[in-house]
Design a protein around this ligand. Structure first.
Ligand SMILES: [Zn+2]
Length: 304
């Protein structure tokens, strides 16, 4: 009995090491696993490989919100084929970041690509996000394939009735082109990275983001958009409308705290080292490196 367990374990270990070391392929192409979370009969969140992707199956075709890192477009398309026989007609990108837009280039050239107008401008440059290395510019490599084909400034409605999608822009925040994507019939919204998770946001000043504006922008969305219960976040779980309102307050409180630090004459480093998530924000996770970047971004904005 004992012997057979040991033997079995050894065999399993041997098979595993063979799988790892026996491959002739170079080590880089990892298995791309796309996980599906079903929110509604015709709305899914695809996880893995970058930001959360929403897949909305309309009566005529599929709308995809955000397309993950380079190389993840095809895995998204493969997964959609398991969910529906309808073709992808439209991509919406919530903002410019490489982990939300790069898969665009792997979709058919017939697919419409919709973004806020500043996001299109940002995608032409693909500048590194504040505090991050330069991303691969997949659009340059593709000769422009995957770039937005349609933009909006403040608001745009796509289609109607059960297929209706409302796009909103409420001002600067994570970048200067953050779109809120609402599926009114389902009472669900994709917020992208202006609400990525319960914690300090990435304030990407290089792409127009603002720590002075982000709280107001989130509050503007919370007040200006009606009829939503569930919020798909950029990188975390699905949250409630109250979570979105709370996140607006979290960012306003952070700004007020930074303003007080600056008034007290503290350096960015000294201020950031003292920051703690206020106790009322239960379930929030701190990110000290990001807090330091964010204090710096806000100091720069306040000095102007
Ligand atoms: Zn982002």
């Amino acid at each position: 009995m004992t012997r057979s367990i040991v033997l079995g374990t050894l065999m399993a270990a041997g098979a595993f090491s063979l799988a790892v070391s026996g491959s002739q392929a170079p080590p880089s192409p990892e298995v791309k696993v796309v996980e599906v979370e079903k929110l509604k009969d015709n709305l899914f969140v695809l996880k893995g490989g970058g930001g959360n992707t929403a897949v909305f199956v309309g009566s005529k075709g599929v709308v995809v919100v955000d397309t993950k890192n380079p190389g993840w477009g095809q895995p998204i398309l493969d997964k959609i084929k398991e969910l529906t026989t309808k073709p992808v007609t439209t991509i919406i990108n919530t903002h410019t970041h490489a982990d939300h837009v790069s898969g665009n280039v792997e979709f058919p050239a017939t697919v419409d690509i919709v973004t806020q107008e500043n996001t299109k401008t940002n995608m032409q440059k693909m500048a590194p996000a504040t505090g991050n290395p330069a991303p691969a510019n997949v659009f340059q490599a593709s000769g422009g394939k995957g770039m937005p084909t349609r933009t909006f400034k403040d608001r745009l409605t796509l289609d109607k009735d059960a297929d209706r999608i409302d796009l909103y822009y409420f001002g600067r925040g994570h970048t200067n082109g953050d779109a809120f994507v609402v599926f009114p019939a389902l009472r669900v919204m994709h917020a992208g990275d202006i609400f990525a998770r319960k914690g300090p946001p990435l304030l990407d000043a290089n792409n127009g983001g603002s720590g002075v504006a982000i709280g107001d922008t989130l509050a503007g969305a919370a007040a200006g958009i009606k009829g939503v219960d569930s919020v798909i976040t950029g990188h975390s779980t699905v949250m409630t409308w109250n979570d979105l309102k709370e996140y607006a307050s979290f960012n306003k409180d952070f700004l007020a705290w930074v303003q007080a630090q600056m008034k007290a004459g503290k350096s960015v480093e000294a201020a950031a080292a003292e920051y703690k998530i206020p106790e009322k924000y239960a379930g929030y996770t701190n990110n000290p490196d990001r807090v330091k970047l964010n204090v710096g971004v806000i100091y720069d904005e306040l000095k102007r």
